[in-house]
Design a binder for this molecule. Sequence first.
Ligand SMILES: [Zn+2]
Length: 321
Amino acid sequence: MPHHFRRWPKASLHLHLEGSVAPDTLREIDPSLSEEEIASRYRYPDFLGFLKAYVWVCKQMRKPAHYAIAARRLFETLQDQHVSYAEITLSAGVILWKGEDFAAVYDAVQQEAAKARLDVRWIIDIVRQFPLEDARQVAELAAQRVRDGVVAIGIGGDEARGPASRFADLYKWARDRGLRLHAHAGETMGPESIWEALEIGAERIGHGIGAVGDPALLEYLRSKRIPLEICLTSNVRTGCVPSLDKHPVRAIYDAGVPLVFDTDDPALFECSLDGEFAIAEQRFGFTEPELQGIARNGFRFAFDPSISAWAKSMDPFAAPE
Ligand SMILES: [Zn+2]
């Protein structure tokens, strides 16, 4: 069956710059790294092992120029997949933890974004298990760039050690400054973690697969039109679901909850956006109209209001060639 979705215009809403750094790009950043070392670092047994691999990649990016290379290569990959709009998560919490100058890193990736043949916005990410003071600093850096490419703040990292409720005041502060609110939740934990994220105002949920056991939560997400960003391969590779067959995506979709598909950390999970659509079609029986709706959700649920407003009037996709 031809994969029509490969030619559709797509948006990418859940994608971490640091998790997109392919082995070849990492060798471009640091030619002294061997292929074997990178391959061994990109292998991990579980979610905490994955977080360690992610931090290792972050540590290899020691200068703004390294982030610029990562951004350039990511934009090329997205263009190849007909992604015309992307909200890319940048781990500001990790950049500060490394003792680097966030402003210089941000300027470097924004310069690359200006040259890219797609529209790029940034979600600035807080490491949820770090001290609250670090989170405040990240939120301030994000707020300073609201008119310069940043659309949202988010929380990511270890849900178990950093409950969303810690960030209630900070999220209110950020919203008052024009930032949209994102949260990873229900990835490694259950529905209570998603409820907490919603209580502090999260407008989109990264993963959210833990919602499946809570009919009231599914109904809330459906009626309030709060989308879950579903990353099928990611959830398998981190062990958040025991196998692809056990992934609850179909049950969540059939409950009427809006979804988008994405790759999360495509280099660390060896996946692509087109590949995620192919898995949805082949393994979960999503039909072409369903996949079209999900692709269009990427624009509808964009945090940039000019994109989401435009998406409402989007024509149905042209008939496949
Ligand atoms: Zn993520």
